[in-house]
Ligand binder design. Structure first.
Ligand code: C2E
Ligand code: MG
Ligand code: MG
Ligand code: MG
Length: 280
């Protein structure tokens, strides 16, 4: 029976592997088509000043609506796009499209806002990234200060390369934020050398900040580090008044999350902009 268990165990494992790779292959094929067939859109999630409620910017989040499979989560397809390199054309599409949209809103007379665009590690390590960004901004006519790039701590695996690339990006006038901060590779000893503007506290610490003392302590520490190093700090995944209160008490000035607004379609974000402008 031991042998049988072992065999069935092996079979199970094998099947699981096969299924996963089939799904991978399916999504990979569909992703290739999706880029050509323009199945992607962008949603915009507001970022807010916690004390005044003022709208301070928005994050571009890519959406994939597959004609048969329906909406597929970025958590599912971004890693595949990363592995296959498809993230390069997809990421460039999001960057260009987001900047075009932001410029259009400015031209329509809305108060100028900073648009944040996520960059995955593979995008970040592509050669000539700073030149590419510069070209796109120039082509669109958007001032660099209205663009922010969100990168994760994963880029610091290659510290020398990431520091020089970040420096070039910031020399353009583009802002840089460390996304999901607190979950990755950064060590306190070298954060002070990094050419960055903002620490974005990972949602996992905000989720239970009101019931977990460790999470609260970590958030306090991140806010302290940010203040010491003269960096902005923003909390992501803020869902409740309770969480907001604790963030405010600890001196966190900016927030993003369902409490303020979900990510919005282009049209819904325009409605939001109109309302925010009226209230200002
Ligand atoms: P992220 O950059 O950390 O984005 C935050 C995620 O949290 C988004 O998920 C957003 O919809 C979600 N979120 C915002 N507020 C709340 C909240 O209050 N509660 C909860 N539970 N969730 C909230 P989304 O859009 O599914 O994106 C997931 C991840 O996929 C992103 O995490 C980012 O790493 C990646 N991603 C999304 N768009 C792009 C893109 O254009 N390029 C790249 N490279 N990655 C992207
Ligand atoms: Mg992000
Ligand atoms: Mg994040
Ligand atoms: Mg995240």
């Amino acid at each position: 029976t031991v042998k049988e268990q072992g065999r069935s165990g092996f079979k199970f494992f094998h099947l699981d592997m096969e299924q996963r790779s089939l799904e991978q292959i399916l999504l990979e094929n569909e992703l290739r088509k999706a880029i050509q067939q323009q199945q992607f859109t962008i949603e915009y999630q507001p970022k807010k000043d916690i004390s005044t409620g003022e709208l301070i910017g928005m994050e571009a989040l890519v959406r994939w609506e597959h004609p048969e499979l329906g909406r597929i989560s970025p958590d599912k397809f971004i890693p595949i796009a990363e592995e296959t390199g498809l993230i390069i054309p997809l990421g460039e599409w999001v960057l260009r499209q987001g900047c075009i949209q932001n410029k259009q809103w400015q031209d329509q007379g809305y108060p100028p806002l900073k648009l944040s665009v996520n960059l995955s590690v593979r995008q970040f390590t592509q050669p000539n990234l700073p030149e590419k960004i510069k070209e796109i901004l120039k082509e669109i006519g958007l001032e660099a200060k209205w663009l922010e790039l969100e990168v994760t701590e994963g880029i610091f695996m290659d510290l020398d390369h990431s520091v020089s690339t970040l420096q070039e990006i910031r020399n353009l006038g583009v802002h840089v934020s460390i996304d999901d901060f607190g979950t990755g590779y950064s060590s306190i000893s070298y954060i002070k050398h990094l050419p960055i503007d903002t620490l974005k506290i990972d949602a996992s610490f905000i989720r239970d900040i009101h019931i977990n003392e460790e999470s609260e302590a970590i958030v306090k520490l991140i806010i302290d580090i940010a203040q010491t190093l003269n960096l902005n700090v923003i909390a992501e995944g803020v869902e409740s008044q309770e969480q907001l209160l604790i963030l405010r008490e600890n001196g966190c000035l900016q927030g993003q999350g369902f409490l303020f607004s979900k990510p919005l379609s282009k049209n819904d974000f325009e409605g939001y902009l109109k309302q925010a402008t009226r209230n200002a």
